[in-house]
Design a protein around this ligand. Structure first.
Ligand code: GLA
Length: 728
């Protein structure tokens, strides 16, 4: 049993195959975290340990033979504001009498097989053999408010997820100001914090910092999870590497304003907390109502960042992504965006599709510009009907012609937006997020539709439904190209305006749930100016994400390396584009562009009617190679071997579950003159088995490949190699 309660010691053990998370009910009343780390089946009680800080004022009046310093607080599972803990609370509310103090104590618990759904929210899932759940109920007797802390244990995947439900069982309304999904205290502070920052075309930049005294916030206030910080934060021991050492990851299954904080206090302990951002947030909870927080995914690994990433990857592949395409090979696509931008005709699209088909590409994706009067980013978002001036036979006519060629048809939409120059905006100027009598700030010339409104959601669902029913469309690229500002909803009363950021995301999830259920055969790809909303919440609805608008091979090595911290390769959209590159003007060989894009869901994004014979041949070969080995790349395990953030080169490896096929990918980003070849040591091979390099026929033992490595020249920029090793 993954979860058990030791009645005598009042301890809950949440055990996975290799890890433990242990909660003790202090004085039978207050749940505190006493351990998170490698598997531990027996733990002395917190009282016996006496490793709490002696203080001068006991918190919660707990008399267990020692006292806690009130200013430092207990390592509580649900630290609340107002009873002596001076750090970041996980719960904060205002009650009808104006008081803000909460005191939750143990009420009951239940241990169940399986995992209840989180109503209206995306979350990891699993059957009764895969996951079990502890529902820990606490109550504040004075107010009648209770909370249910939900812990789900994926035993074989070494993952624990947490969320919280607040139930107002009192007779008066409360106003929730903060509700974190997870809060964990560590008993020391010697950590580095690993985070992923970025911007448009520069997503997933890996950063490591020593945890300082004070509070670090990795957050978003831009209405989506955003480019600026990804909702993944890792606490790593200073000696941790890719392959060794203790790391603790937290990744939030949420796509809006979030906050992950790391707080180191005066007595050198650290609190890690994750949840929706309490900034500009409040939620009115009437008597009898409840509020569900999103889910936080906690992963501990003593095998460094690599070990942690593989646990996230297998969870997300198996227990987060859903639908027909969860495990299915996805079509190799050609997207017309970088080939034509807004300037295309049906003839041009057909020409590209014919050439694509000849090369082995399976689907054409028609990007921005096919609807309304859209010839630039100045107009028409919201007018979801085909522009027959560009596409003379309409969407159906085009889809039929593509089918005749042997190509599937995919389409770009940006449903959450409206252009001021659109029929939709002229008809419904109050449908966008705005504050009455204030300027409506444009970004990319567009405004954001108020998805907290039911009428708006219904309109958009029906508009997208009509498009998908109008032609044989098998793929949708769902884009969202701005941050949200001017927070205000024409529909919400004054005292609920601060609910808008959460209601927007709940509305989006409702729309996505409805459309993905109605069109189960359509492959949805998530996009937000590239990877501006690449998070586990979106992966629940759409199994892949266009990772970045930067399609330059060198930039992509950094971006895809960073993204792989928690997101598996099968979720990462990667395209081969033209040279020189449209974002950074860099010239990289087609080989390198292919070698990088192959570490993802492969696609092309260039004018194929303009390529040479030699390039055609290379592309056809790339596609054949990818078809042959994508099972290993997409569904095998990934091992990162060299980081671009630390070297002028990068390397990673994929290996099939049965360890019979391994693929080593190496990329030289900045060549150095006169240097000896670099050896890249492979990982996770069978040491006594013999592996053959499929290209050269060279045979080496697993031990050799892992200890001596594979030599690569690095005396020139942009050398890349993808080598397959097969066990013989
Ligand atoms: C965003 C996307 C691009 C492309 C354009 C179209 O920037 O990330 O891939 O679809 O919009 O306007």
């Amino acid at each position: 049993m993954a979860i058990f309660f030791d009645e005598k010691k009042q301890q809950f053990y949440l055990n996975t195959a290799n890890t433990s998370y242990i909660i003790e009910l202090l004085d039978k009343r207050i749940p505190i975290n006493i351990y998170w780390g490698s598997l531990l089946r027996d733990m002395p009680s917190a009282v016996a340990l006496r490793y709490m800080h002696p203080g001068n004022l006991s918190v919660h009046d707990v008399d267990c033979g020692y006292t806690f310093a009130s200013s430092y607080g207990l390592p509580a599972e649900l630290p609340c504001y107002g009873t002596g803990d001076m750090r970041e609370p996980a719960f904060h509310a205002v009650y009808s009498d104006g008081s803000r103090i909460s005191n939750f104590e143990y009420k009951s618990h239940e241990i169940i097989n399986g995992k209840p759904e989180l109503s209206g929210l995306p979350a990891t899932y699993g059957n009764e053999d895969e996951v079990s759940t502890l529902l820990l109920s606490l109550e504040d007797q004075l107010t009648g408010v209770s909370v249910c802390l939900q812990y789900s244990v994926f035993e074989q995947r070494d993952v624990i997820t947490r969320s919280m439900k607040i139930i107002n069982g009192g007779s008066s309304e409360i106003n929730v100001l903060k509700a974190a999904s997870a809060s964990v205290d560590f008993y020391d502070s010697d950590f580095e914090v690993v985070s992923l920052h970025g911007d448009w075309a520069r997503e997933f930049q890996l950063e490591k910092n020593k945890v300082p005294y004070g509070v670090l916030h990795f957050d978003s206030k831009c209405g989506k999870s955003g480019h600026f910080q990804n909702p993944l934060v890792v606490m790593a021991k200073p000696d941790a590497t890719e392959t060794y050492g203790e790391v603790y990851g937290v990744n939030l299954v949420y796509s809006g304003n979030f906050d992950i904080s790391v707080e180191k206090n005066a007595i050198d302990i650290v609190r890690l907390q994750a949840g929706i951002n309490s900034f500009d947030f409040s939620w009115k909870l009437k008597s009898g109502e409840s509020f569900q927080t999103p889910e936080a995914v906690l992963v501990y690994s003593d095998e460094g960042l690599g070990g942690m990433s593989r646990k996230y990857h297998s969870l997300y592949r198996n227990n987060l992504c859903r639908g027909e395409y969860k495990k299915k090979n996805r079509p190799i696509l050609i997207n017309n965006w970088e080939a034509t931008y807004w300037d295309f005709t049906e003839e041009k699209i057909i020409e590209i599709a014919e050439k694509a088909h000849e090369l082995g590409i399976e689907m054409l994706v028609l990007d921005d510009g096919w609807f309304g009067e859209r010839n630039s980013d100045n107009s028409s978002l919201g007018d979801w009907f085909c522009n027959t001036k560009k596409l003379s036979s309409g969407l159906k006519g085009l889809a039929d012609k593509l089918k005749d060629i042997g190509m599937q048809f995919g389409i770009w939409v940006e449903p959450e937006m409206v252009s001021p120059d659109s029929n939709l905006y002229r008809a419904h100027p109050d449908w966008c997020i705005h504050v009455e009598n204030r300027a409506r700030n444009l970004s990319r010339n567009q405004l954001v539709l108020d998805f907290s409104r039911e009428d708006v959601r219904e309109y958009i669902i029906s508009a997208i439904r009509n498009i998908l029913k109008s032609a044989d469309i098998t793929y949708v690229k769902w884009d969202m190209n701005r941050c949200i500002s001017d927070w205000g909803s024409a529909k919400l009363p004054a005292d609920r305006q601060q609910e808008l950021s959460y209601r927007y995301v709940l509305g989006l999830y409702e729309v996505l749930e409805s459309l993905t259920t109605e069109f189960p055969d359509v492959l949805f790809e998530n996009c937000s100016s590239g990877g501006g909303r690449f998070d586990p919440g979106m992966l629940y609805y759409m199994p892949q994400t266009w990772c970045s608008d930067d399609s330059d091979a060198v930039e992509r090595v950094y971006i895809q390396y960073g993204a792989s911290m928690s997101y598996p390769v099968c979720t990462i959209g990667a395209h081969i584009s033209a040279c020189p590159n449209h974002q950074v003007n860099r010239r990289t060989p087609l080989k390198m562009r292919g070698d990088v894009a192959m570490s993802g869901q492969l696609g092309y994004e260039l004018d194929l009617t303009k390529i040479t014979e030699e390039e055609s041949l290379m592309i056809a070969n790339q596609i054949n190679f990818y078809r042959e080995y994508r099972e290993v790349i997409l569904w095998g395990d990934m091992y990162r071997i060299a980081s671009p953030f630390e070297n002028g080169f990068a390397a990673w490896q994929f290996i099939s579950e049965d360890k019979s096929t391994a693929i080593l990918c190496t990329y030289i980003l900045e060549g150095k003159p006169g240097v000896a070849p670099k050896r890249f040591k492979m990982q996770a091979l069978e040491k006594d088995a013999v592996y053959e390099n499929v290209e050269t026929g060279e045979q080496r033992t697993g031990a050799f490949l892992m200890n001596v490595g594979v030599a690569r020249r690095w005396n020139s920029d942009y050398l890349s190699q993808v080598s397959v090793f097969r066990k013989i």
